[in-house]
Design a protein around this ligand. Structure first.
Ligand code: C2O
Ligand code: CU
Length: 475
């Protein structure tokens, strides 16, 4: 798959007319490849059960779940033509890429949604190496809930794989959460269920890893592998564990962290973690990637099968990923201070909020499918939450006055978690999606160096859809 997508997804020289930046094989990749979104079928569950009708992306042939892996090297461009063969409008967002605003796919803010039968050409540079993903950004709960998501991998310019202390191999694992009925069909028709939306969101009953329930991966004895974990669930927070595999975290949301040993990895919706694992030197009990669905019980969602002769010598200390070198450090001497206060949902509720420019009480909001707000504004598209000058440091205070955690995603930027970091973060982590626990306040800071109108929303898509959305502007 990697080879075919490397061929299919055109990457070409940076805008500078920079011949020196032309990647190898640039000519072979000269046509804008297609990314078609269309109904398809996927065998999510074991083959004694029916295949699931899904919506899926394809570069050629029929759509797959997840969509084809797009893989480039930092500094290269992705060019693709979205072809919408879905029964409804759509747009593609390249989650976590510090992208030019017009290519962000954040309908309706940065583009109008692409109607059925229409196309839209995306072309963008990928400045920073790391693990990203792409997904539909219109009717997200339904479109991602039906399968419109895929991995977007930006490799380091100087390969890390194969270096001393690095991994010899990597695996991309895209995790999704499906709500299936007894015939393995997606439970539709309740994408805007306000009961779910006012709680933790739409929870599935079937976890897949790369579009399969409990797939198995081979591991050589003693082998060091880099896992690129992506939480592509619409709403589910995923506590993960890799017992017996000594997991070390090396990147969050694509951005490197000094390698740290972790017992569990908590991935909110849209978050990614790069984790280095070491297979045991001797055959051992069954190994798996485990998920805790919230009841305290861990269960395997992917298995690892040990095989082959032990790797010698043992790989030793984990080699850190190379620093990005592209992200400006926040200057906190005179930042622009902005705040996002989250309100609403079950157990707390809210008195009222403004929606489409009109102040409404709780009942009218609910009648409009709204149960959440940011700073007293629900689904705020009319005006930005704040405006920053290009190059200005923004210190953003994220306050959660609700009973539920939220996964706050900033488009176009990555932010640094400040000392007040809450239970889900560590100060200094750099992320594009930040979990804020119930009743927590988390401070983040970033340099607003990417001009445009950028969405800021909860990535629990049921929450986004029912009010937790706004935007900020960099001018
Ligand atoms: Cu991954 Cu606005 O989204
Ligand atoms: Cu939320």
């Amino acid at each position: 798959m990697i080879n075919s997508t490397r061929r299919t997804f055109l990457v070409c020289a940076a805008a500078l007319g920079g011949v020196a930046l032309l990647p190898r094989n640039a000519l072979a990749r000269a046509a804008a490849p297609i990314l078609r979104a269309a109904p398809s079928n996927a065998q999510l569950v074991p083959s004694q059960y029916p295949a699931t009708p899904v919506w899926a992306y394809a570069t050629e042939g029929v759509g797959t779940v997840p969509g084809p892996e797009i893989r480039v090297t930092a500094g290269e461009w992705v060019r693709t033509r979205l072809v919408n063969d879905l029964p409804q409008s759509t747009a593609v967002h390249w989650h976590g890429i510090r992208i030019a605003n017009a290519m962000d796919g954040a309908a309706p803010l940065t583009q109008t949604p692409v109607e059925p039968g229409s196309t839209f050409d995306y072309a963008f540079e990928t400045p920073d190496p790391g693990t990203y993903w792409y997904h539909a950004h219109h009717n997200g709960t339904e479109q991602i809930g039906r399968g419109l998501a895929g991995p977007l991998i930006v490799e380091e310019r100087d390969p890390w794989l194969g270096q001393p202390g690095a991994a010899t191999r990597e695996l991309t694992l895209l995790l999704a959460d499906w709500l299936l009925d007894d015939d393995a069909a997606i439970v539709g028709g309740r994408w805007d269920d306000l009961h779910a939306a006012s709680h933790s969101g739409r929870m599935g009953n079937t976890i897949t890893v790369n579009g399969k329930t409990r797939p198995a991966f081979d591991l050589r004895l003693g082998e060091r592998v880099r896992l690129r974990l992506i939480n592509a669930a619409t709403d589910r927070v995923m506590p993960l564990a890799l017992p017996g595999l000594s997991p070390r975290l090396v990147a969050l949301d694509g951005h490197p962290v000094p390698p740290r040993a972790v017992e569990t990895i908590l991935l909110g919706p849209a978050q990614r973690a790069d984790v280095v694992i070491d297979a045991p030197q001797k055959a051992s009990a069954a190994l798996s990637l485990q998920l805790n669905p919230g009841n305290g019980e861990w269960s395997g969602i992917a298995g690892f099968v040990l095989d082959g002769d032990p790797v010698v010598p043992e790989p030793g200390e984990v080699r850190p990923l190379p620093a990005w070198g592209t992200l400006a450090a926040p200057d906190l001497t005179e930042p622009l201070r902005a705040a996002v206060v989250m309100e609403g949902g079950a157990m707390r509720g809210m008195d009222g909020a403004s929606f489409r420019g009109e102040r409404m009480g709780f009942r009218d909001l609910a009648a409009n499918g709204i149960v959440w707000a940011f700073n007293g504004v629900a689904h705020g598209l009319e005006a930005p939450m704040f405006r920053a000058q290009r190059g200005q440091t923004v210190q953003l205070q994220l306050t959660n006055r609700t009973f539920f955690p939220h996964a706050i995603h900033l488009h176009g930027h990555h932010c640094e978690v400040q000392p007040r970091s809450g239970a889900f973060n560590q100060p200094g982590d750099v992320r594009d999606t930040v979990m804020v626990g119930a009743d927590e306040t988390v401070d983040v800071a970033f340099v607003a160096d990417n001009p445009g109108k950028w969405m800021l929303h909860c990535h629990m898509l049921s929450h986004q859809q029912s009010g937790m959305m706004g935007w900020f502007e960099v001018t």
